[in-house]
Design a protein around this ligand. Structure first.
Ligand code: NAD
Ligand code: WQD
Length: 339
């Protein structure tokens, strides 16, 4: 019998791609999302890609009764927990809102899971929990620290889940620390829809390419990197989504809690990504070098050996494909995902 997976935040960017991979692998999917940062139209897009319209609850994870209903009405085998706020700069301005949503909401979910004896969980963590790492590539056993409230909500969730796993041996939890997800499904039907002015590099470049923004501001060219601009480990969102299926299998095989990096292991600079995107889109990307962005680090990329070893997973798509797929989504959906 096929397994049923609850996907919180399942209409969002990474969640929607993961739902597609889950459905195509034969899982039943139940989505919980309050549509704060996504649209109901994503559900039909998932149906167009997979032939299956996922079961959907418009529920806020802060709504304990709403969550109860979902757990009562479905026999759930595992949860993948994406729901949360993710804008670093905003989290500095409204930290309590971030703690409320990302911590209190997650606590509701974990309590409801325990009550209903649903013990398998994959949690969306982030490379941000490594703070400013002493060296690269980053291994899972590096010291953890954060530089902003968003990152702290990820670190606290990790700690809460460690305590939970230690208190109850039924739990089997995988913390996935994502590096920089970009790209989109090859159909061009689902992808990242930034809210307002994009904070992240790829959606910003894509909007310059399509003519919505005049130029890219490159935040500093005096870092100790290949060309002075910041280096990151960009990973295709479909590779990332597949990593979640491997994490579910890993959770089936063992108990306790473990953290795994999901990255490619390769770093690209801002200017290298800009050039790759210009090539993929055939558009010139105007840019200006500006001041460093406060809180940014020079280099961040993953040591991927643990993911290979424990999940049997590694990223497949290269930076050219990531840019081509981002561009396809951007050009097919200039106004986002609507009905
Ligand atoms: P997203 O905003 O596209 O998706 C998150 C979804 O959660 C949205 O659909 C939103 O409506 C929903 N949501 C938010 N609060 C909710 C609540 N209280 N109740 C129900 N639904 C709620 O973001 P994403 O890029 O897909 O990120 C998914 C997860 O991965 C997040 O937890 C994020 O912090 C984490 N993550 C993202 C990145 C990245 O760069 N995108 C990197 C590392 C980690
Ligand atoms: C990448 C590089 C910028 C925009 C953030 C979060 C992290 C994770 C992923 C959730 C950096 C440069 C960017 C621009 C630029 N999210 N840049 N001009 O900062 O690595 O990570 O998203 O967990 O927690 O911090 O990603 O895409 O913002 O920046 O020059 O307009 O591009 O300085 O070097 P970042 P990013």
């Amino acid at each position: 019998m096929s397994k049923t997976i609850l996907v919180t935040g399942g209409t969002g960017y990474i969640g929607s791609h993961t739902c597609v991979e889950l459905i195509q692998a034969g899982y039943e999917v139940v989505i919980v999302d309050n549509l704060y940062n996504s649209s109901k139209a994503v559900l039909k897009r998932i149906e167009t890609i997979t032939g299956v319209l996922p079961k959907f609850y418009q529920v806020d994870i802060l709504d304990r009764e709403g969550l109860e209903k979902v757990f009562e009405e479905n026999h759930l085998d595992a949860v993948i927990h994406f729901a949360g706020y993710k804008a670093v700069g905003e989290s500095v301005k409204i930290p309590l809102t971030y703690y409320q949503n990302n911590i209190a909401g997650s606590l509701n979910l974990y309590e409801t899971m325990k009550k209903h004896h649903v013990y398998h969980l994959v949690f969306s963590s982030s490379a941000t929990v490594y703070g400013d790492p002493a060296s690269v590539p980053i291994r899972e056993n590096f010291p953890l620290s954060t530089t902003n409230p968003y990152g702290t909500t990820k670190l606290y969730n990790e700690q809460i889940l460690k305590d939970l796993a230690h208190s109850d041996e039924n739990f089997s939890i995988v913390l996935l620390r994502y590096f920089n997800p970009i790209g989109a499904h090859k159909s061009g039907l689902i992808g990242e829809v930034p809210n307002g002015i994009p904070n992240n590099l790829l959606p910003y470049i894509a909007q310059v390419a399509i003519g919505k923004r005049e130029y890219l501001s490159v935040f500093g060219n005096d870092y100790d990197t290949v060309d002075g601009t910041g280096v990151r480990d960009y990973i295709h969102v479909v590779d990332l989504a597949k990593g979640h299926l491997k994490a579910l299998e890993y959770a089936d095989k063992r108990k306790g809690i473990d953290a795994v990096n999901l990255g490619t292991g390769h770093g690209y600079s801002v200017l290298q990504v800009k050039d790759a995107f210009a090539k993929a889109s055939g558009k010139e990307i105007a840019y200006k070098i500006v001041e460093r962005r406060p809180g940014d680090i020079a280099e961040c990329y993953a040591d991927t050996s643990k993911a290979k070893e424990v999940l049997g997973w590694q990223a497949e798509y290269d930076i050219e494909t990531m840019c081509q797929d981002s561009w396809r989504f951007q050009s097919q959906n200039p106004d986002g995902i609507n009905d």
